[in-house]
Design a protein around this ligand. Structure first.
Ligand code: ADP
Length: 500
């Protein structure tokens, strides 16, 4: 029987009240990101850039977002923008146009940097001149502050390598101007694997850095944007406490570990939240059948419908394991590959949605042809399919090799799909391993980067699902009542901003 929620309703009312109270913080924040929901998204960074500023604004903090004006942004959003003005930006010997547009969506002000040479292309990344494109963006963010009228940011919060040069450019080129004198900077690392590393000649020829400043970005003779952010920002954060510790170690640090060890005094970890309104099985527009904890039995309708749509055997008793994410080594595909057939031999249905490395896509396609009743590999990007999988699955697989934070496991818990995860980074900080002696826990975990340990965790989950329905329901209750909302997390960022 699904748990009743009388008690929970009063708790959520209490939470509701808390969320309405204003945050006591009068400083202005400019949040710079290369992608942000609702404008454009390729990964978790866009979710964070959409949700954190929104949570701050809801709390009464003046936080605004700035991102490039990509060609791929939907016309209906472009229609909401208005032109503010333009400046020209020097990038070494280049002299580039920088237009500034503004749009207000759902209470949040977004600024968009316009330069058709750099951003009127399809997609966001992957061009030969990405280094130049995002060096331009970083400088354009700073230059465009002059066009923002009353909004004079006290803090610029930049994110990942694409905006990591902002603290460097601020110190080297802008400090002399009164408008910029007092600005503080925060740099958040969402994934340390991607650092913006380019040939050393770019230091002068693209970034235009004087000799004395080149050491900020110099990394073994190359230019490394992320290093610049770490060196010059007043605070460096990453997206979970565990990952903040892990990246001090060479296994996780991708070469940045020693630099971070030196800068540990300003490094901290703050876990991400999820947009609990956009990710709610009760209102999800793509669900075949909406449900919540009180009506949990309706979740099974989603499984039956998805099985039908995917031409899998239709039976609500077959355990369904979902997986949504990039098909890369980060997401643990090398652990899954050697044991995937063993998992499928257990008679479960595994539905995987994602795109990524060709070798993994091919592995999954090959496996699907051998296990047509057990595996669906949906090699595409689709928010609709993602929702349907979260709604339909009983378990959610995320055996990441490393995971700065991870959003998918939190979404899965909210949808009552119990995560099976490796204890690393944000997965360790958000999934509580199920302990049958206490009944506590929100999912199933394993520690070593080892395929057999992953298999063992899947076996434990499937065994419990099949044979111990009451215990299963208890874990579902635990998972679905976790608070992953941004509100509390926004308060932790405010504490960090206050330290500045
Ligand atoms: P990442 O390392 O890619 O940022 P996260 O777990 O932090 O991983 O965030 C991934 C987000 O993107 C989640 O909201 C997930 O549902 C979504 N996502 C990933 N791959 C796909 C896909 N193929 N189709 C739809 N949504 C996807």
């Amino acid at each position: 029987m699904p748990a009743k929620t009388t008690k929970k309703t009063s708790t959520s009312n209490a939470k509701e009240k808390i969320t309405k109270t204003k945050i006591d913080f009068g400083k202005k924040i400019l949040f710079a990101s290369s992608e942000a929901v609702p404008f454009i998204k390729t990964g978790g960074l866009a979710d964070v850039a959409g949700a954190l500023p929104k949570a701050l604004v809801d709390g009464g903090v003046d936080c605004r977002v700035i991102l490039p004006l990509y060609a791929d942004i939907k016309q209906e959003l472009k229609d909401k923008m208005s032109y503010i003005g333009n400046v020209y930006v020097n990038l070494a010997w280049r002299y580039q146009y920088c237009g500034l547009f503004k749009a207000e969506i759902d209470g949040v002000t977004y600024y968009l940097i316009d330069n058709e040479y750099y951003f009127k292309r399809s997609g966001l990344y992957g061009y030969y001149d990405d280094g130049e494109r995002f060096a331009f963006f970083a400088k354009a963010v700073l230059a465009s502050i002059k066009l923002m009228g009353d909004f004079k940011p006290d803090i610029i919060h930049s994110n990942d390598w694409q905006t990591a040069l902002i603290p460097v450019f601020l110190d080297v080129f802008f400090r002399g101007d009164d408008l910029y004198k007092e600005i503080k900077t925060v740099f958040t690392i969402h994934n340390i694997e991607f650092q913006g590393r380019y040939s050393g000649f770019m230091s002068g020829d693209v970034l235009g850095l004087p000799d004395w400043a080149r050491e900020y970005v110099d990394f073994d003779g190359d230019v490394n944007y992320m290093k610049g952010g770490i060196e010059r920002a007043n605070k460096v954060t990453t997206v979970s406490q565990t990952y903040a510790q892990e990246i001090l170690n060479s296994y996780f640090g991708f070469g940045m570990n020693n630099i971070l060890v030196n800068r540990q005094f300003k490094l901290s970890g703050i876990i991400n939240g999820i947009d609990v309104e956009a990710n709610d099985p009760k209102t999800d527009k793509y669900a075949y059948q909406n449900y919540d904890l009180a009506t949990f039995e309706l979740k099974a309708e989603n499984k039956l419908a998805l099985q039908k749509d995917l031409s899998l055997p239709v039976d609500k008793n077959i355990p369904m394991i979902g997986m949504v994410g990039r098909l890369t080594h980060q997401k643990g595909l090398d652990l899954l590959s050697p044991i995937i057939t063993k998992i499928l031999d257990m008679g479960v249905q595994l539905v995987i949605l994602g795109t990524g490395d060709y070798r993994y896509e091919e592995m999954l396609r090959g496996c699907q042809s051998r296990y047509p009743n057990n595996l669906r590999a949906l090699i595409t990007f689709s928010s609709e399919l993602a929702s349907k999988i979260y709604c339909a699955s009983d378990m959610f697989l995320m055996p990441s090799k490393f995971e700065p934070c991870g959003l998918s496991q939190m979404i899965a818990m909210r949808y009552g799909s119990l995560p099976i995860v490796r204890e690393t980074g944000g997965l360790k900080d958000t999934v509580i391993p199920y302990d049958y002696t206490t009944g506590k826990g929100t999912g199933f975990t394993f520690y070593s980067y080892n395929a057999h340990d992953l298999f063992n965790a899947v076996e434990r989950a499937v065994g419990l699902y099949r044979d111990y329905k009451e215990d299963w329901q208890k874990i579902v209750n635990n998972a679905m009542t976790q608070d992953f909302s941004w509100r509390n997390i926004a308060l932790r960022y405010v504490d960090l901003y206050k330290e500045l």
